[in-house]
Write a protein that binds this ligand. Structure first.
Ligand SMILES: Cc1ncc(COP(=O)(O)O)c(C=O)c1O
Length: 345
């Protein structure tokens, strides 16, 4: 049976950091009209989306390329640099894409939960590409400015994945940010999380015009489809504050989730997150598997297992709405006795 199959109780999806509420109304409205134009290639719409996205992030249009999510963005960078450095715990998508493209990838264990490892700094020579998500996934933590500066000083290229930036209260405008410091910096922004458009698979890379030109020349013809480019344009035009509003609703719920997990007594620690998910750490990896399995079996709640991200002893739980949190609280209570019994806590 698929875990998505309907039973009496619908599956509560807390495993992929999706928005708990539906997409922006502006997106749904534009989809209806965009559907009637799907017989046409989106040349003009892509150009116009590019300009809107650039203005939204405060850069020139030649500093942006739209991509089919972070995977295409990573692929374009890997094809250009062929030599990746990244961290663990970290987003598995980066090494996965390197593997898929037969590209060298060295991973380095974080210094604590949020420190860039010295060994990575030492290896980050000119010609190499470092990719870091900040906030990082699965820790939810931001990298420190001074650490990122030290990295840049090594002469490497750096791609900072700001997929979760809105949940960390970061400014959406990129002027005066990393991008202005060096033409070796690239930034990825996603429309999946705070724009609540994960199903459309669209994001963008921002960087110097010369670098963006090089990267985009490797893209397939109009790789982002009409529905995605039109919808992103509509949200930016009609409801540009949607992501900030969504983040403002998520942040207090994140505090509730963090406290609930801490009070549950099932975890040895729960990290403070600057994102839309929280990492809860068990004593050992079997305990994390048990929590994940029991929540699914007993409460139809799906949470992420940390093993994909290099923390097998943890579960990663997406921040959800009040109703979802109440259901999770109940689920944690139901499985509590069983978990404590099995792990002897
Ligand atoms: C760090 C990070 N980057 C990117 C993504 C995915 O972005 P997109 O949906 O735009 O491909 C995720 C998804 O979970 C993520 O955790």
């Amino acid at each position: 049976m698929s875990i998505e199959q309907d039973t009496d109780s619908p599956l509560l999806r807390l495993h992929q950091n999706e928005a708990p509420w539906g997409p922006p109304v502006a997106a749904v409205n534009r989809l209806k009209t965009a559907m009637s134009r799907t017989h046409l290639y989106p040349n003009r719409e892509t150009e116009s989306a590019n300009s809107l996205v650039a203005a939204y992030f405060g850069v020139g249009s030649s500093s942006v390329v739209l991509t089919t999510g972070v995977d295409e963005a990573t692929d374009l960078c890997l094809l250009e640099f062929k030599n990746l450095l990244t961290v663990i715990p970290g987003f598995y998508g980066f090494p996965d894409r390197a593997k898929a493209l037969d590209t060298r990838c060295d991973t380095f264990v974080l210094d604590g939960w949020d420190g860039i490892p010295h060994a990575l700094l030492a290896a980050a020579s000119p010609g190499r590409l470092v990719i870091l998500a900040s906030p990082n996934n699965p820790t939810g933590m931001l990298f420190r400015e001074r650490d990122l500066l030290a990295l840049l000083e090594r002469g490497c290229h750096v791609l900072i994945d700001h997929t979760y930036a809105d949940f960390a209260g970061m400014s959406r405008t990129m002027s005066g940010s990393w991008l202005d410091r060096s033409d070796r910096v690239l930034v990825f922004r996603s429309f999946s999380k705070s724009f609540a458009l994960a199903g459309l698979r669209v994001g963008c890379l921002l960087g110097s015009p010369a670098l963006i030109q090089k990267l985009s020349s490797r893209q397939p013809f109009l790789s982002v489809d009409r529905l995605a480019v039109e919808v992103v344009s509509a949200v930016i035009e009609d409801d540009p504050e949607f992501p900030a509003r969504l983040a403002a609703r998520i942040i207090p719920l994140r505090e509730l989730l963090t406290n609930m997990l801490r009070e549950s007594g099932l975890f040895v620690s729960v990290l403070d997150s600057a994102s839309n998910f929280v990492l809860a750490i068990c004593r050992q990896s079997q305990d994390a598997v048990l929590v994940r399995d029991l929540l699914l079996d007993e409460a139809r709640i799906l949470v992420g297992l940390g093993d994909l991200f290099g923390v097998p002893e943890a579960v990663r739980i997406t921040v959800t709405d009040e109703v979802g949190l109440a259901r999770l609280r109940e689920g944690l209570e139901v499985i509590g006795t069983q978990v404590r019994g099995e792990v002897g806590a």
